[in-house]
Write a protein of this length. Sequence first.
Length: 184
Amino acid sequence: MYLEKGAVTDPEKPPSSLLEKRGVFVTIETYPRKELRGCIGYPYPVKELAHSVVDCAINSATGDPRFPPMSKSELEKCTIEISVLTIPEAIKVSDPKEYPTKIKVGKDGLIMEYGYYSGLLLPIVPVEQKWDEEDFLSQTCYKAGLPPDMWLNPKVRVYKFQSQIFKEEKPKGKVIEVELEVNK
C-alpha cells in the first residue's frame, strides 16, 4: 500500500503477541538471486512488534541509504524476511580475547559499540558468509565503522541477541501478508 499510494496501513486487531515491544529487522532480497535490496530495523524493543514491522518494512523498501527507494513493481520481485529479536545482552568477559568463546555462529547476532560508533549483524549473516566467531566479531566492527580488530579493545562493548525468522520463500505479489507466531 505504501509504495502504491504513500499511505501507511496500521495492523487491524493484532494478536497480543504482536503488541509486545520487541526489536525487529526487515530484510528485502531480490528473487531469485537473493541479493540484498534493503534491511532496516530496531535492535531494541522501542515499539510494539506489529507497528515496528510496518515501520521497518517501509524503511527497508524506501529508506535504506545503500539503495534507491523501491518501486511497487520491483517489490513484487522481492522476498521479505522478518527477524524478531531478543533483548540484546552485554557479553561479559575479563579479557576481550574471550569473546569468540562467548558467541555461537548461527545462533547469536552481534552489536558492537564504541563511543558514537555502532554496528549490528543478524545471526544469519555469519552463516551465509561462512565466517567463524573471530570473523564475525571483526565484520561487526567493520559494520560499525571501526577497525576489524577493535573488538580486542577493552573499551568496546559487545552485545549478543537471538532472532526468530519469518521468511517468504518466493514473492507473493501485491500485498505482503505475514503471520507471526512469536516465541517469548
